[in-house]
Design a protein around this ligand. Structure first.
Ligand code: HEC
Ligand code: HEC
Length: 238
């Protein structure tokens, strides 16, 4: 029966198709996990992306695409992915909550008690004299970040945090204007950055913690990448 055999050939081709498709979400994510896996924290530099708000992750993928963040391997990984794919990847990682591996020694490992005290004070109270707002005012009192686009700050290696402040200072990392982190970085000395990255990297993150649903407004500075603030629009740095 010609019709039936034609149908069965089509069915076989359909069944084989998913195996042959080169471009599935699972394949993209497998490539990401070689660096952003559960073990990531022992690599001293790779940031944890699991559990960060989807809007934040999406904005960063866009930032690597459009040159507002620079890291050749990341630009290569996401450079040609269509926008819908970036959103899918961001949603996927935002929903993952693997346990945190034990902290490893980074540059913050040998911080003195005085440095750690300075770091904690900056995170919790800021420094009014230097116009540095408390980090908790935007990242949340538990530092778990805020939906949809402010990241949590725990579980990041101190070397990664130091590098990001260096990037904001040199404007090789930018977010949608007004770029609040760029302004804050400009007001922080290198000693202050080392103190706060050491303190942050020594805190034990809670795997059950989730980004806060909201945060009291107004924020101490406007952030273009956080939609509740004036003139803000989610959708990446412009
Ligand atoms: C070769 C290692 C490597 C691979 C593979 C890789 N990344 Fe990255 N990724 C990094 C590094 C290193 C950074 C930090 C770069 C920097 O200094 O800004 C980063 C940063 C990020 C960030 C920003 C994190 C943050 O907290 O701001 C996101 C999101 C991200 N990667 C997603 C992905 C996705 C999705 C893939 C797969 C498509 C991927 N990465 C593949 C190494 C990698
Ligand atoms: C006015 C609000 C605000 C304050 C205050 C603030 N942040 Fe942020 N922070 C943000 C926003 C918004 C982002 C996301 C920026 C982006 O999309 O690139 C961010 C991103 C970050 C990141 C990037 C995390 C990653 O995974 O790459 C770090 C690190 C960070 N902030 C540290 C701090 C520290 C430390 C302080 C206190 C000195 C602080 N922030 C104070 C709003 C704030």
């Amino acid at each position: 029966m010609p019709i039936l055999s034609a149908l069965s050939i089509t069915a076989a081709a359909l069944a084989a198709a998913p195996m042959a498709a080169p471009d599935t979400l699972e394949q993209r994510i497998a490539a990401c996990l070689s660096c952003h896996s559960v073990k990531e924290r022992s690599d001293a530099y790779f940031p944890r992306i699991a559990g960060k708000p989807a809007g934040y992750l999406y904005n960063q993928l866009r930032n690597f695409q459009n040159g507002h963040r620079h890291y050749p391997m990341m630009t290569y990984m996401v450079g040609h992915l269509p926008d819908a794919y970036l959103r899918e990847i961001a949603d996927y990682f935002a929903a993952q909550h693997p346990p945190y591996p034990p902290a490893v020694a980074g540059s913050g490992a040998n911080a003195s008690a005085a440095q750690l005290a300075r770091g904690e004070a900056l995170v919790r109270q800021g420094d009014a004299g230097k116009k540095i707002p408390a980090c908790v005012a935007c990242h949340g009192t538990a530092l778990t970040g805020v939906e949809p686009s402010i990241p949590g700050l725990l579980g990041l290696p101190s070397d990664y945090i130091n590098a990001q402040f260096g990037n904001w200072k040199s404007k090789t990392r930018r977010a949608a204007a007004p770029d609040c982190m760029g302004e804050i970085a400009a007001r922080l000395s290198e000693a202050d950055v080392a103190a706060l990255s050491a303190w942050l990297s020594k805190q034990t993150p809670d795997t059950a913690a989730r980004p806060a649903a909201s945060i009291p407004q107004p924020l101490p500075l406007a952030c273009g990448s956080f939609p509740a603030s004036p003139a803000a629009a989610q959708g990446g740095a412009q």
